[in-house]
Design a protein around this ligand. Structure first.
Ligand SMILES: [Zn+2]
Ligand SMILES: [Zn+2]
Length: 379
């Protein structure tokens, strides 16, 4: 009886510790030396603007999904909870940051400058004090309790008040990027790059553009990033819990910005953004400049063999993808398709005289309609 009891206690203790453990799903991404590949989301909301979760929930979700870093970017000008939660522009960061430190998730201070188009919505991250990005005019509007529509419809068309907000973000050495340029409510006549954006890009104030946001991606924005050498961003813009967001948006995973950083740190991420060393992971697609996607694909794909040679000298090889990025390869000569799902391998053959084969990686886009071409050795 005694033995039985102590066994039960031991089983209970084990079960208890398993229940109490918070588990992170590790995401394996290929590094492209000398850079580490980091998975980041630079656009998230909390109850401190129009989000529906407490800042620590944002951190827990991102950590458990294998992220390296997030930015909390509550709206400056849109504060629909202010009747219940006072406007505190730095609160989401101040609450999220200590949680991130204890989990090993990098949390970056940010905010969303929220105006009509143009310029639309812009995120400023790596800022020092979000409260200073609220302009005097916006402060006065909140003081007089104008409705959201009042400031969105009036101020910006007649005054260039947004420039004051962006100027302050830049003064704080913030990294500013343009959010969801094709978001339907602000792009009724279709997505376009306005003169305002060209000017902000020329001044070095806009340094990146969201090529993917929430459940959509924008081919035009991809081309602008390549043309102007801007960082490509892919962010969730999550407002609900992660689970509700993924169900509402009907996506398998939230969009991520892949950052190729010299080190896994805030400074490392900042340097990579400044150098436009980023790519976007959106559903099954990876979008980015060819000079980054080529080594990324090369680091993910391994051809091993031959492990068998048949009577005609045809050699059999294993093509392996040990990462979490999917790769869909099509042989440009034969049309054979190799579906390299995450953490999988397939078998393929090479005729006696073949030393290498050329493939198009269908889901790695190096331009809005250009797929990455790779050549793999079969020797
Ligand atoms: Zn927005
Ligand atoms: Zn947003």
């Amino acid at each position: 009886m005694m033995r039985f009891l102590s066994l039960s206690v031991a089983v209970l203790l084990l079960a208890g510790s398993a229940r109490g453990q918070f588990v992170r799903t590790e995401v394996t991404l290929p590094d492209i030396p000398p850079y580490k590949t980091l998975m980041c989301d630079f656009h998230t909301h909390t109850v401190f603007s129009d989000g529906n979760v407490w800042p620590t929930v944002r951190v827990d979700e991102a950590w458990s999904q294998g992220y390296d870093a997030i930015a909390v970017t509550d709206h400056i000008e849109y504060q629909p909870h202010r009747e219940y939660i006072p406007i505190q522009y730095n609160a989401s960061y101040e609450i999220a940051r200590p949680r991130g430190e204890r989990e090993g998730l990098i949390v970056i201070r940010g905010c969303e400058v929220t105006r009509v188009m143009p310029p639309g919505h812009l995120n400023a991250i790596f800022i020092e004090d979000a409260s200073l990005i609220q302009t005097k005019r916006i402060g006065e509007m909140f003081a007089h309790d104008h409705r959201r529509g009042d400031y969105l419809d009036s101020i910006d068309h007649h005054h260039q008040d947004y420039l004051l907000a962006l100027e302050e973000a830049v003064r704080q050495h913030g990294f500013v990027f343009w959010n969801h340029p094709g978001w339907a409510p602000q792009a009724k006549d279709g997505i376009k790059l306005w003169d305002v954006h060209r000017e902000l890009i020329a001044k070095g104030w806009i340094r990146g553009i969201e090529v993917a946001n929430h459940a959509e991606w924008y081919p035009e924005a991809f081309q602008w990033c390549l043309d102007y050498h801007l960082a490509l961003l892919g962010n969730s813009d999550v407002h609900e819990t992660e689970q509700i967001y993924e169900r509402k948006a009907r996506i398998a995973r939230r969009p991520a910005t892949l950052v190729f950083a010299r080190e896994r740190s805030e400074a490392g991420i900042r340097e990579a953004l400044d150098s436009a060393r980023t790519a976007v992971w959106f559903n099954d697609m990876v979008l980015g400049p060819e000079k980054l996607l080529r080594p990324l694909a090369a680091a993910a794909i391994a051809v091993t063999g031959p492990f068998f040679v048949d009577g005609e000298g045809t050699r059999y090889y294993s093509v392996r993808n040990a990462t979490d990025l999917p790769l869909t390869l099509t042989d440009t000569a034969s049309g054979e398709q190799l579906d390299l799902l995450p953490r999988s391998s397939v078998v393929t053959k090479a005729a006696k005289e073949v030393k290498a084969r050329s493939f198009s990686v269908k889901n790695f886009l190096v331009g809005p309609s250009d797929t990455l071409a790779v050549r793999l050795p079969f020797d």
